[in-house]
Design a binder for this molecule. Structure first.
Ligand SMILES: NC(=O)c1ccc[n+]([C@@H]2O[C@H](COP(=O)([O-])OP(=O)(O)OC[C@H]3O[C@@H](n4cnc5c(N)ncnc54)[C@H](O)[C@@H]3O)[C@@H](O)[C@H]2O)c1
Length: 351
């Protein structure tokens, strides 16, 4: 048994703490100083001679060790929306940090209520190529997150093939840019169905595998547009706001099974989802300026960058993925029900 655990048991039982502490310090000394191989505050936890309870090891980030917030060695991850953009970045970054990764995507048309050109099977294959280039196992699954039966079949397949599912990232989504009063039914309904119902389907299909193993990490993708209203993108904004309610509710329900559920909140990121005239035009209008219906990307950057703390017009997908790795890592054991913003400081303006 590691010295650290002996130390903890001694504390919890209120016995042999001094002996365990000595063993702990000896182990720490072998790996470096106390605080390097072990916890940074090695003093016994007690109050008036009574031991102070601690979270059990499986519900703790454990002692400090190098790289614990970036290592996913031995983990198995499933990422939806992984054919391109932020989903691909997260899938590849997880592989780069040691995980086997299953990339799930529809890789084709989603709805008329999408401003982006559809992702392709070639896009999805490229994600798998990049995963495997890191020496990890990887494969693609073409599935629609609106189809919960397909997601349940995918969950069964991944568990049978890889033995477990440690991490699920619900990234797949579409965006519709249209004034509320001009929306067709599909512009409202399909965005909510795809983004909110699809994210709930993903949790409902994969989380039972995690419950059975009493361990798991679920990361959903919301948006800054899920934290404030968005002119001309009401259905998207509502779907991303709903995802935060879903995330917090799932965190409350699944915490007892040692499963964390968190939302990653990117700022504006340059992907197929956002690279179109109406989005660039609104990026300028959000700064209070007049905008043409088809501004150049440089005009949008120049208008927006001064309003963002880090003075960039937008981020890149690879700026977002490191935070997903942290949330999926052992180090994030105590992070759940949280909104993790990666916005270059855009979120500093919002409540
Ligand atoms: N790009 C941004 O500025 C930004 C900002 C905040 C949040 N986000 C969120 O990040 C996530 C990824 O966005 P992105 O910019 O990479 O978009 P993207 O369009 O580049 O990628 C989205 C992927 O999801 C897939 N997808 C969509 N609906 C699907 C379905 N029903 N079933 C399976 N796959 C489906 C698409 O095929 C595509 O490959 C989304 O949840 C988005 O809302 C993006």
């Amino acid at each position: 048994m590691p010295a650290y655990n002996i130390f903890r048991r001694g504390l919890l039982k209120g016995t042999a703490a001094a002996t365990a502490f000595a063993v702990f310090n000896q182990a720490a000394a072998q790996t470096g100083a106390a605080g390097k191989g072990g916890r940074s505050d090695p003093a016994p936890r007690e109050l008036h001679g009574q031991p102070v309870p601690e979270p059990p090891p499986e519900k703790s980030a454990g002692p400090i060790r190098p790289g614990r917030g970036s290592s996913l060695a031995g983990k198995v991850a499933v990422v939806t929306g992984a054919a391109r953009g932020i989903g691909r970045s997260i899938a590849v970054e997880m592989a780069a940090n040691g995980a086997d990764v299953v990339a799930l995507d529809i890789a084709g048309p989603v709805s008329t209520a999408s401003n982006a050109a559809p992702a392709t099977p070639e896009d999805l294959a490229e994600t798998v190529r990049q995963i495997m280039a890191y020496g990890r196992r990887g494969e693609s699954i073409r599935a629609d997150i609106r189809d919960i039966a397909a997601l349940r079949a995918a969950a069964d397949h991944v568990e049978q093939t890889y033995g477990k599912i440690d991490i699920v990232v619900a990234d797949a989504a579409i965006q519709r840019w249209k004034p509320l009063l001009e929306m067709e039914d599909a512009d409202w309904r399909d965005v909510i169905d795809n983004n909110l119902n699809g994210t709930a389907n993903t949790i409902r299909a994969f989380a039972p595998k995690m419950v059975a193993r009493k361990s798991g990490r679920i990361i959903v993708l919301s948006s800054m547009q899920g934290k404030h209203g968005t002119r001309d993108a009401a259905s998207y904004s509502a779907s991303k706001w709903g995802i935060l309610g879903l995330m917090k509710s799932a965190a409350l329900e699944l915490g007892q099974h040692n499963i964390t559920v968190n939302a990653l909140i990117p700022g504006l990121v340059d992907t197929a989802l956002t690279r179109y005239d109406a989005r660039l035009s609104e990026a300028i209008r959000e700064t209070g300026r007049e905008a043409s219906s088809s501004p150049t990307p440089q005009q949008a950057w120049d208008a927006r960058a001064p309003t963002v703390a880090l003075k960039v017009g937008w981020l890149q997908p690879d700026d977002i993925s490191p935070a997903a790795v942290f949330l999926a890592s052992d180090a994030a054991a105590m992070v759940t029900g949280a909104e993790y913003e990666v916005t270059a400081g855009d979120s500093a303006k919002d409540i």
